[in-house]
Design a protein around this ligand. Sequence first.
Ligand SMILES: Nc1ncnc2c1ncn2[C@@H]1O[C@H](COP(=O)(O)OP(=O)(O)OP(=O)(O)O)[C@@H](O)[C@H]1O
Ligand code: SF4
Ligand SMILES: [Mg+2]
Length: 345
Amino acid sequence: MNGPLLKVENLTKHYPLGAGIFKKSIPVIRAVEDVSFCVEAGETLCIVGESGCGKSTVARLLMRLVEPTGGRVLIEGTDIAGLKKDALRAWRRRMQMVFQDPHSSLNPRLTAGQVITEPVENFECLSRKQRQALAAELLRKVGMSPEMMHRLPSELSGGQRQRLGIARALSLKPSLIIADEAVSALDVSVQAQILNLLLDLQQQMGIAFVFISHDLGVVEHIAHRVAVMYLGRIVELARSEALFENPVHPYTEALIAAAPVPDPTRVRLEVPVEGEVPSPINPPSGCAFHPRCPLAVERCRAEIPPLVPMADGRLVACHVRAPATGQSAAAANFSAATVSAIRSP
Ligand SMILES: Nc1ncnc2c1ncn2[C@@H]1O[C@H](COP(=O)(O)OP(=O)(O)OP(=O)(O)O)[C@@H](O)[C@H]1O
Ligand code: SF4
Ligand SMILES: [Mg+2]
């Protein structure tokens, strides 16, 4: 395969807020603004950021569950916007989603076995024997006993339901799984089991993950690269070790400073961030982070900082920490260059 598995270029999603009297005056929620990134086969890209910053909207755009206001999503070089019904169905086999709340995303009337085999049966007819064999194989793969195939989702624990959701996602042998807060509702010990399961599956099957989480502990455990979002935009995109050891964007620094530190020997950074995330309906001018940023200067109020490639390959959008030179600004403004600059080695 030439090029990345998934390439996202300048993706934008605005939700209109009601109907204005004059069309021009309809306010919009700027859920996602000019987001570009790529994901290689077998890679885990984590997307982090506070509530409402647009993480789930990016996931829905990737699955084409909502249509973008602007920008493109390419899977293996094919723009998914141009796919007709059959091609879209075939492409959806390659990308599967695992949700935060398996209880509400699994049909309560189907047994675990039926939940798992349902996606495959949308594409091909299976005999009873084939169905049972497939359900047993996938249950084993996610560490559950095949006997569980006769149980209803309500008869399973939270961790078992999440394993079932993963087994269902695996049934079509996807190249990419989009997991939106997939472990957030689980106890810490069950979280660790599910994360290790995902890492094992990635090694065995070469699956790529777009893993959305607000929990930096989880992200540090599984990410190859991390995209930090603030109010709809990516503000830093870096390899995981580099991001956690040396965050460059003041917002990344603040997020890491605010996260619980599992390792007591690790020095906690002290960057105060005050106030709430501003409204995406009327975001602050210039850098949207400026009302909360301890480093803000006059320019921050006037100009949106471009994502600029740094010496170590990461991308940062900050006038103070990553001032754009003519060359880097040109690279950052050209989406294809941006995407290749943030590719993992
Ligand atoms: N269908 C919709 N109609 C209108 N606004 C929406 C819709 N979906 C999301 N939004 C808005 O878009 C913004 C981004 O929402 P999104 O769900 O993507 O955030 P998130 O980062 O996933 O948050 P959380 O961490 O709470 O899940 C929010 O302001 C949200 O209210
Ligand atoms: S651009 Fe300015 S306000 Fe935005 S993060 Fe950088 S210093 Fe802070
Ligand atoms: Mg969300």
